[in-house]
Design a protein around this ligand. Structure first.
Ligand code: FPP
Length: 225
């Protein structure tokens, strides 16, 4: 049986769900946030130590301004409402991605949230915000060059946002779309990938448990036989 240390998720399909049921993409994002809460609880129940959620990519800036604003307001409110509960539940929050370009107030709030939860160790929720794998790798190479180090796996990994995080065992992408969308490309070299037809707001604990059960039966070879 494979142990699961880390699950990464591309939470796709909010917009389509919103149009289908509520006539607005933004209400799909709001519904998606409810799924986030449920999946965090299930991850704890399953004793998994890392959950990485792709909340906003470096490419998502191409979306209409109104949708971008809605997503960041949703995040802001989520942090206000949930950070104390995260702390009580012994959950550590870590942001991966370049948050320097966010407004100062939100940036400070995110840093503060990381700081007050930094000693927690039941579950680490890694929230990918303005995250892109290619720019993460370019930054890592730049850092290595600046420090006149050798280019090798160890030095590359040391310079990624995920330096202290084990590679994902599992990637789940909901929304019936089979691509990686610039997410954790280095880290997922050997992850088991599960593409799920359901849209993210419809994804539930039962679907999650089915994937975890399937994963446990997979023989992971890492290039061996
Ligand atoms: C992809 O669906 C989803 C996003 C770009 C945003 C994900 C955000 C949430 C789940 C809510 C906010 C989360 C936090 C943690 C504050 P899409 O909009 O690309 O869906 P589509 O393919 O149907 O258009």
């Amino acid at each position: 049986m494979n142990p699961v240390k880390h699950v990464a998720i591309i939470m796709d399909g909010n917009g389509r769900w919103g149009i289908k049921y509520k006539k607005s993409r933004n209400l799909g994002h709001r519904a998606g946030l409810k799924t986030v809460e449920k999946i965090i609880k299930s991850t704890i129940k399953n004793k998994i130590k890392h959950l990485t959620l792709y909340a906003f990519s470096t490419e998502n800036w191409k979306r209409p301004k109104s949708e971008i604003n809605f997503l960041f307001t949703l995040l802001d409110t989520f942090i206000d409402q949930k950070i104390d509960e995260f702390n009580k539940q012994n959950i550590k929050l870590k942001i991966i991605g370049n948050i320097n370009i966010l407004n100062n107030k939100l940036k400070k709030k995110l840093k503060r949230s990381e700081n007050i939860t930094k000693k927690n160790n039941r579950l680490q929720v890694n929230l990918a915000l303005n995250y892109g794998s290619k720019s993460e790798l370019i930054n890592a190479f730049k850092q290595i060059k600046k420090n006149k180090q050798n280019i090798n796996s160890k030095n590359i990994e040391k310079n990624l946002y995920t330096s202290s995080i084990p590679d994902p065992d599992i990637l789940i992408r909901t929304g019936n779309t089979n691509r990686l969308s610039n997410f954790l490309l280095w880290q997922m070299a050997y992850s088991e990938i599960f593409f799920e037809k359901k849209l993210w707001p419809d994804f539930n604990e039962n679907d999650y448990n089915k994937i975890l059960k399937k994963f446990k039966k997979i023989k992971r070879n890492y290039g061996n036989i």
